[in-house]
Design a protein around this ligand. Structure first.
Ligand SMILES: Cc1cc2nc3c(=O)[nH]c(=O)nc-3n(C[C@H](O)[C@H](O)[C@H](O)COP(=O)(O)O)c2cc1C
Ligand SMILES: CCCCCCC(=O)C(=O)O
Length: 374
């Protein structure tokens, strides 16, 4: 019998990537902060919800499209902003941006990417001229030096990015034990491409480069008044990334911001917080349909996406699955990731008896605790 194993799900992609990447990269990409509790629970929490399918409905056509800020996406599976993707594969962020564009999916780019904002736009331009639509959002870290952030915003606008995701959960970097134990270095041939050569060089001398970079550069005094001020500096919608409570969700609305990403940063910041799927319902209730709520963290299957939509998310970002897919096979790897997640979502919808995303609501899931005893 052949030992050949075809990739069938996102776990297979992850397993293959783990065999390919070196320790420096794996230590950075993989674990959550501290004891990895939240990172693990992000995934496990999805299994605590059961699906409640309806039958005998016409599911001969399933439409997975969603609309946010006037853009229609062919799928609610979006690419999360994660740093330094060229460590996974030389094509880096451009591979994920191109794949998202071909799949009609939302794309987000990290401030600390290894491909610049402008190069991302150039990488999707040939696809746009073939009729594909690229909707790209920029994840903004707010620097102590506000001019640095303002310059990034202007460049994002000029490069055709249409929304900002302001990361709110990282006034300091979470304690990532593998990086503390072994140190972390951005390989010499790579750089933080949104900045002049030399960005972060002083932090590079530190064995925990990332934590030093954040404490040197990112403003831990950031507060709601700064976000209100940011709103006056751009016409782009601003989503707050890293909200986990109803209280903060209400403040996002009260401060005139435009959207929320329910996120715990893939469990990489404060370990011990709830899984994002468990925080989603209270956030959705608190915003009362005034602004879109999106989610990330632990999504591995189309059925996870379905559960997040059932609890009121408009779309779902995937972070590490994109990195593993890039490591597996660059842009083609991310194409495979979209094929799998989209097919799994389409099938979950059809087998649940829904033919479009607007039909998915809480009646299609229930918490596992309500399962009758065997
Ligand atoms: C290696 C890595 C780097 C990340 N870099 C950033 C970043 O630069 N900015 C940010 O806001 N979030 C960053 N994130 C968090 C992701 O945007 C996202 O919240 C998280 O990965 C979602 O969880 P998942 O990986 O389980 O899908 C990063 C995540 C990973 C795994
Ligand atoms: C070189 C700076 C890396 C900043 C941290 C990126 C990030 O958000 C992460 O989770 O890691």
């Amino acid at each position: 019998m052949s030992a050949f194993k075809k990739i069938a799900n996102i776990q297979d992609i992850e397993d293959a990537a783990l065999k390919k990447l070196d320790r420096n990269v794996l230590d950075y990409y993989g674990p959550g902060a501290q004891d990895n509790i939240t990172n693990k629970d992000n995934k496990l929490a999805y299994d605590r919800y059961q699906l409640c399918p309806r039958v005998l409905r016409d599911v001969s056509n399933v439409d997975m499209s969603v609309s946010i800020f006037g853009h229609t996406f062919k799928t609610p599976v979006f690419v999360a902003a994660s740093a330094m993707q060229k460590m996974a594969n030389p094509i880096g962020e451009a591979g994920a941006a191109r794949s998202a564009c071909k799949n009609g999916a939302g794309y987000s780019l990290s401030t600390v990417s290894t491909t610049s904002l402008e190069d991302i736009s150039k990488s999707v331009a040939p696809l746009e001229s073939q009729g594909h639509q690229s909707v790209r959002w920029f994840q903004l870290y707010v620097y102590k030096d506000r001019l640095k952030s303002l310059d990034l915003i202007k460049r994002a606008e000029n490069a055709g990015f249409t929304a900002l995701l302001v990361t709110a959960d990282t006034p300091y970097l979470g304690r990532r034990l593998a990086n503390i134990r072994h140190g972390f270095m951005l390989p010499d041939h790579l750089r933080l491409a949104n900045f002049d050569k030399g960005e972060g060089d002083s932090a590079k001398k530190d064995s925990n480069y990332i934590s030093k970079y954040i404490s040197d550069q990112i403003d831990p005094s950031l507060s709601w008044k700064d976000l209100k001020w940011l709103k006056t500096q751009t016409k782009l919608p601003i989503l707050v990334k890293g909200v986990l409570t109803a209280e903060d969700a209400k403040l996002v609305v009260e401060n005139g911001l435009d959207g929320i990403v329910v996120s715990n940063h893939g469990g990489r910041q404060l370990d011990g917080v709830s899984a994002t799927i468990d925080a989603l319902d209270e956030v959705v209730q608190a915003v009362d349909n005034k602004i879109p709520v999106l989610i990330d963290g632990g999504v591995m299957r189309g059925s996870d996406v379905f559960k997040a939509l059932a609890l009121g998310a408009k779309a779902v970002f995937v972070g590490r699955p994109v990195l593993w897919s890039l490591a597996l096979d660059g842009e083609k790897g991310v194409d495979l990731m979209f094929d799998i997640l989209n097919e799994e979502l389409r099938l979950t919808m059809a087998l649940s008896g829904v033919s479009n995303v607007s039909q998915i609501d809480k009646s299609y899931i229930k918490p596992l605790a309500t399962r009758s005893k065997l």
